[in-house]
Write a protein that binds this ligand. Structure first.
Ligand code: SF4
Length: 302
């Protein structure tokens, strides 16, 4: 699936754009997807994923217009491939498309920890809350190999910066001890994004992420370790996940698994990621396409 809402680029243009943002030092072709066991969903698309190992220029990003000011993203692109993912739009800045490229061309900032060691000592970042998981999942399968998120957390812990992580991955439980220590010192919370308890629906919306119950069980494990944790029911998709009964069951499941909170946000189909979402809707939910197209037009104006 190629996205038509961003201009098609040749490989030389992709490399040029990457070099503008990073210095590409290597391109590896691993199939982490084949070796990770965290997804239970069968897939017909065992697609090769390209990991672009890059030397980034900065790692702490200022954020405007959100409830937080600083974010850290050791990876760009996300193999979880959620159809509604607003972060798809950010991949176009690197010269990739917002469809399949977002899911298959993963940029790995291999010097993330070294950069953070230097940048975090700037006075303006002192004790500022650092957010991970804004434009890619920090615990996507690449983390099994690169361990960049873990290295970043160790650094944030050493300088007592509060930290908040958003993920759909059960891999976060590998860092339970570290996260519990951070929670007891400067503060740390882990948000699991769960939009539905329906496995079939989740498979269509979030095709390569762990199942909803796997996420809730991971949340339970962190809660048991004393880490503030809960879910983002985000986005709530009109006609798919917005039924009162379903939302009540979701909240009850979070409480049942020991989660501490539920936060939710409405869906916005924004420019830059509308195309992959509408393509998926045409395939999986054709009866909702006209409704989503109307919403996309409003989103574009907003
Ligand atoms: S897990 Fe998050 S970053 Fe990754 S595709 Fe899904 S919504 Fe996007």
């Amino acid at each position: 699936m190629r996205s038509a809402d961003c201009h098609p680029v040749g490989s030389h243009e992709i490399v040029a754009n990457l070099q503008a943002a990073f210095s590409t030092i290597a391109k590896t072709e691993h199939s982490f997807y084949a070796c990770t066991m965290e997804t239970t969903f069968p897939t017909s698309a065992r697609r090769r994923t390209h990991y672009h190992e890059t030397i980034a220029k900065t790692i702490v990003n200022p954020v405007k217009g959100m409830a937080f000011s600083w974010s850290i993203s050791p990876y760009r692109g996300c193999v979880h491939a959620c159809t509604y993912c607003y972060a798809r739009a950010s991949h176009a800045f690197l010269g990739y498309d917002t469809g399949e490229d977002f899911e298959r061309e993963i940029v790995v900032k291999v010097n993330a920890a070294e950069l953070l060691q230097h940048e975090i000592r700037h006075p303006r970042l002192r004790h500022q809350t650092m957010i991970m998981g804004t434009i890619s999942d920090p615990y996507q399968p690449a983390e099994h190999h690169y361990r960049l998120t873990r290295k970043i957390l160790h650094i944030l812990d050493s300088v007592a910066n509060p930290t908040q992580i958003t993920t759909k991955s059960t891999t976060v439980t590998q860092d339970t001890e570290l996260l519990a220590g951070m929670a007891s010192r400067a503060g740390c919370a882990v948000n699991f994004t769960v939009t539905t308890l329906d496995d079939d629906l989740a498979r269509m919306l979030e095709p390569r992420a762990p199942s909803p119950m796997q996420r809730l069980r991971a949340m339970a494990q962190l809660a048991e370790a004393g880490i503030p944790t809960g879910i983002f029911a985000a986005p709530i998709l009109p006609g798919l996940t917005d039924a009162d009964d379903d939302l009540e069951r979701l909240v009850a499941a979070v409480a049942d698994q020991g989660g501490h909170y539920v936060m939710a946000s409405a869906m916005r189909i924004g420019e830059g990621f509308a195309k992959p979402f509408l393509d998926a809707a045409r395939r999986d939910f054709p009866h909702l396409v006209a409704r989503y197209e109307r919403q996309a037009r409003v989103g574009f104006r907003g």
